[in-house]
Design a protein around this ligand. Structure first.
Ligand code: GTP
Ligand code: MG
Length: 172
């Protein structure tokens, strides 16, 4: 059995990474957030898979590229967050994946409250191109839609990986 799971959130500025973490923790949408949330640890007994889970935020405004690389190398799963109403943040997803292929990736389309239409059509070609993407989910930190699901998928991607490129030897 694994002793813990480390989830890292990355993505363009302002897509809502910190808001997603704070929404999960407080079960309400925070009006004001810092650039970067403190690392949080969810105790085993309140996680779906009964494994202590660390959630790590990233902010370009507060962290260097070296710090990002270091966090990437420590992560067991990476959530690449984009905003469904921000085309540029979706385009940057492919770029992020290329750098981070050693662990499973979850694509997270945040701010689903702001659009009528799903971003799935845009994101599907990316999904098909990269086998390291375990799954994708659209969510909203604002109306708390799919927030707990997102962290559950991330946990599950580590504990029950399905991706053909996943190499258990690469990470402990
Ligand atoms: P950086 O730390 O600068 O990289 O940004 P971030 O990705 O952590 O985004 P942050 O959580 O600071 O949110 C950016 C802005 O988007 C804030 O004004 C949030 O209130 C807003 N926001 C975050 N999530 C949602 C959402 O689900 N829906 C809506 N409508 N707004 C959101
Ligand atoms: Mg932030």
């Amino acid at each position: 059995m694994r002793k813990d799971v480390r989830i890292l959130l990355v993505g363009e500025p302002k897509v809502g990474k910190t808001s997603l973490i704070m929404s999960l923790v407080s079960e309400e949408f925070p009006q004001v957030v810092p650039y970067r949330a403190e690392e949080i640890t969810i105790p085993a007994d309140v996680t779906p898979e009964r494994v202590p889970t660390h959630i790590v935020d990233y902010s370009e405004a507060e962290q260097t590229d070296e710090q990002l690389s270091s966090e990437i190398s420590k992560a067991n799963v990476i959530c690449i967050v984009y905003a469904v109403n921000n085309k540029k943040s979706i385009e940057k997803v492919s770029l992020a994946i290329v750098l981070e292929v050693l662990v499973p990736v979850i694509l997270v389309g945040n701010k689903s409250d702001l659009v009528e239409h799903s971003s799935m059509e845009t994101i599907l070609p990316v999904m098909n191109q990269y086998t390291e993407i375990e799954t994708c989910v659209e969510c909203s930190a604002k109306n708390l839609k799919n927030i707990s699901e997102l962290f559950y998928y991330a946990q599950k991607a580590v504990l029950h990986p399905t991706g053909p490129l996943y190499c258990p030897e690469e990470k402990q």
